[in-house]
Design a binder for this molecule. Structure first.
Ligand SMILES: [Mg+2]
Length: 413
């Protein structure tokens, strides 16, 4: 990988975002251990304050275990709507300050400041932006500034909490060298274990290995990780656009009266759309179903729900709407499903009352869909859509900004 023109990439990440939002609304939560997540017996920790870290607590851990490790912690059941609103406020501030930015998750942003170098010192600009966000949103945020997304992200992690770090061009390798290999973004637990078992513990060792060796051990992923370990990453900023709704509809080749078939069809559409939401880091709070009869009479019905992107919540809603809506004996020409009132949010934040198993199941399902998702006609090998001929989105990556799916678990707080 050769870099033609040196870039200046800013990465910003709100510190312990859900916890900070809760603290903003309740001063009593400051300075004490706070856990946000599922308050039920099988809930998961979605965010934890720095005061809980000495107890070995991390996000994604079962709440039950976290409570045992730190019984004095205040536990709060999170609410996606509030976090999305705060996230939007911060997005607006960034939007005003930089020409193009990417929203990588509900609390994480990238911006390319390269073009602005002529006019501003980018470090000053980033510093001012951070101060402004803190002042106007009341939320602590950290940033990393370097020549690439990967190095900036790592720099943010090193800067935290509530601080900033600049990595000068040419010093990327030295900066990364002393770190443990799992600090490399997208380095999974399994991959780092493979490396550990071979005695590769620090980034420096990867830097000293020939790239071919990493490729031999880990395939394509090995090449990517070697590049990252060496601070080489030319992935672009993917501009953020707020999308208000997503939908899918299908006209039957021949009008049908087969209710079973129609139900299967809307189910498949719902599954595909929910997957699109999760891939794009989105949640919906409005589900609607549409039916067009043979006489072109079109009816639709919608329901407001709590923000979600989970199949097990959305599909029953879709089926219920369909059953309420489908009340004529007339043949049906078209069915459609629409999700609207979309907000940005990691999907685990609406799984507060779900178990770790279910969270892992969604992650595993989406991983498989993404990895093995399509057959040679571009249809999903897993979803209902295959047999029903519904166009599949698995091969399209993030339908909202063209980005590959973001690993749901946060590496930085
Ligand atoms: Mg964060």
């Amino acid at each position: 990988m050769k870099r033609q023109v040196e870039r200046t990439i800013l990465h910003m990440d709100l510190d312990t975002f859900f916890v900070s939002v809760e603290r903003k609304h309740d001063d009593r939560l400051r300075g004490i251990p706070v856990l946000v997540g599922g308050t039920g017996d099988r809930g998961v920790v979605a965010a934890c304050s720095y005061e809980t870290r000495p107890y070995g607590i991390h996000s994604g851990m079962p709440m039950k275990m976290a409570r045992m490790l730190c019984p004095q912690a205040t536990v709060i059941r999170g609410e996606a709507g509030i976090y999305s609103k705060e996230s939007k406020t911060v997005s607006e501030i960034i939007k005003e300050a930089v020409p193009v930015f990417e929203k990588a998750s509900i609390d994480e942003f990238y911006a390319d400041l390269s073009g602005m170098e002529k006019f501003h010192n980018s470090y000053h600009l980033a510093t001012e932006l951070r101060e402004r966000i803190k002042k106007e949103s009341g939320l602590p945020i950290s940033f990393g500034l370097s020549t690439s997304k990967v190095v900036s992200k790592v720099a943010t992690g090193e800067a935290k909490p509530d601080n900033q770090k600049k990595i000068d061009a040419g010093t990327e390798k030295t900066f990364l060298a002393p770190m443990l290999v799992q600090k490399i973004p997208m380095m999974g637990d399994k991959t780092s274990k493979v490396l550990y078992d071979m005695g590769v513990k620090y980034v420096k060792t990867i830097q000293e290995m020939p790239v071919e060796m990493m490729t031999q051990i880990l395939g394509k992923n090995g090449t990517l990780l070697w590049n990252r370990a060496n601070g080489l990453d030319d992935s672009p900023i993917v501009p953020f656009h707020e999308r208000k709704s997503i939908s899918n509809e299908r006209t039957f080749g021949k009008d049908t009266g087969d209710v079973q078939r129609m139900r299967e069809m809307i189910r498949a559409m719902g599954e595909n759309l929910a997957y699109q939401l999760r891939t794009g880091n989105k949640l919906t709070s409005c589900v609607s179903v549409k039916i067009r009869y043979s006489d072109f009479n079109t009816v639709s019905k919608q329901v407001k729900i709590a923000y979600t992107s989970a199949d097990h919540i959305l599909i029953p809603q879709i089926e219920r709407l369909f059953d309420q809506l489908h009340n004529r004996r007339m043949m049906v020409r078209l069915v459609g499903v629409n999700f609207s009132d979309l907000v940005t949010g990691n999907y685990q934040i609406n799984l507060f009352d779900d178990s770790e198993e279910r969270l892992n199941l969604y992650m595993a399902m989406d991983y498989i869909r993404n990895r093995y998702g399509t057959d040679n006609r571009g249809n999903s090998i897993l979803s209902w859509g295959t047999t029903l001929g519904i166009p599949n989105i698995a091969s399209m990556g993030n339908p909202f900004n063209g980005d590959p799916p973001i690993i749901p678990a946060h590496r930085n707080a």
